[in-house]
Design a protein around this ligand. Structure first.
Ligand code: OGA
Ligand code: NI
Length: 359
């Protein structure tokens, strides 16, 4: 009897892990065309996968901030202008060593090159799972799936989380640990420069507003027909600031003045974009801008995303020094976790989420 129960348990476990594996695109992608459940209706398809690579997204050279006598005010000015107009900029000469960037890209690629069974072990659709692999966005509830696989986990403080991270590839924890400390330093520096530009205290984001750091590694496998699919839908990040390494393969597009523009792949550069909390705290002066990801038939694409978030319990509101009779507050005060719930409920749609927090 016991052995019967054991073998039934065994079978159902095997079944569950097969189901998880089949959700992962990499378990079937090589042997077929795009399955029906990944094909968007005509009006939602990317009408032009190859929009011209734009040179319009500003590139900020951070070299000037490290050297004595260089013009820091000019760098702050560039960051502020880019944040007001585009909500996006690229960062070069940012001080994160090339080797660290190379190592993190290659360990991320190795993770998605491992046999799919390894990733299926970490698969979960539960958002509360601390470390998880998943696919698309909301696999069990969405009409059409997105062409991406994802690994995500918190990074800060390192000693609280590192032992929970994937054990394979064997250098994963080491490489991602080094990277996440470096990238946090850079993110905080950018936040300080933004604060200076806005006239806020330099450490405005250090009391809980910038304390959560999430690593999110996206993998977009080669897609047989990129005109039918999307890697990520049009969305706006719900956090404070995002730093992205997109490697050598383009795919990120930004929605500006009613048109999609592609973000050029610059070697070793970070793509930085402001999350919606930055738009709210700056009382609308800085923009959080919608973006999406298109797929590619000739190369797979792996991106390393660092999200800087407030603590769930943080109170968010327009900064009091940026509000006066001539610029009254546009948003009410709220708890960050309420914003996150609304963001997921509205499937990442910017305007309908923000509407709930407007005055
Ligand atoms: C995101 C995102 C862009 C990319 O993860 O929120 O916008 O190119 N990613 O992977
Ligand atoms: Ni995003």
């Amino acid at each position: 009897m016991l052995s019967l129960i054991n073998s039934t348990n065994h079978m159902s476990l095997r079944c569950i892990s097969r189901l998880k594996m089949e959700k992962l695109i990499s378990s079937w992608v090589n042997n077929q065309s795009v399955p029906e459940s990944y094909i968007f209706p005509l009006e939602k398809r990317p009408s032009d996968v190859a929009v011209p690579t734009s040179n319009k997204i500003p590139v900020v050279d951070l070299g000037g901030v490290h050297c004595r006598g260089c013009d820091q005010a000019q760098v702050i000015n560039q960051i502020l202008r880019a944040s007001e107009e585009f909500g996006f900029f690229q960062l070069v000469n940012h001080g994160v060593p090339e080797k660290t960037i190379h190592d993190v890209m290659s360990v991320a690629e190795e993770f998605f090159e491992m046999p799919v069974e390894e990733r299926a072990k970490l698969y979960s659709d539960d958002r509360n799972q601390i470390v998880r692999v998943n696919t698309s966005i909301d696999y069990n509830n969405e009409d059409v799936h997105f062409w991406r696989e994802n690994l995500r986990h918190p990074c800060h403080p390192l000693e609280k989380f590192v032992h929970l991270w994937p054990e394979k590839p064997s250098r994963y924890r080491d490489v991602i640990g080094t990277y996440s400390v470096e990238v946090r330093g850079l993110a905080l520096r950018i936040l300080e420069l933004i604060c200076e530009g806005l006239g806020l205290e330099r450490d405005y984001f250090s009391n809980g507003l910038g304390s959560t750091q999430l690593m999110s590694i996206n993998h977009y496998p080669k897609c047989p027909d990129p005109t039918l699919t999307l890697g990520l839908p049009k969305h706006c990040d719900p956090n404070v600031i995002t730093l992205l390494l997109q490697g050598e393969v383009c795919g990120l597009q930004v929605f500006k003045d009613g048109e999609w523009m592609a973000v050029e792949a610059l070697p070793n550069a970070f793509v930085v974009n402001l999350g919606q909390q930055m738009q709210i705290i700056s009382n609308g002066q800085l923009k959080s801008v919608e973006h999406r990801v298109v797929t590619n038939s000739t190369a797979s694409r792996t991106t390393i995303v660092t999200f800087i978030h407030p603590d769930n319990g943080s109170i968010i509101a327009p900064a009091s020094t940026l509000v006066d009779v001539r610029s009254p507050p546009l948003y009410r005060a709220f708890q960050f976790q309420d914003f996150l719930s609304a963001h997921f409920e509205k499937s990442g749609d910017k305007e309908s989420t923000l509407e709930l927090f407007k005055l």
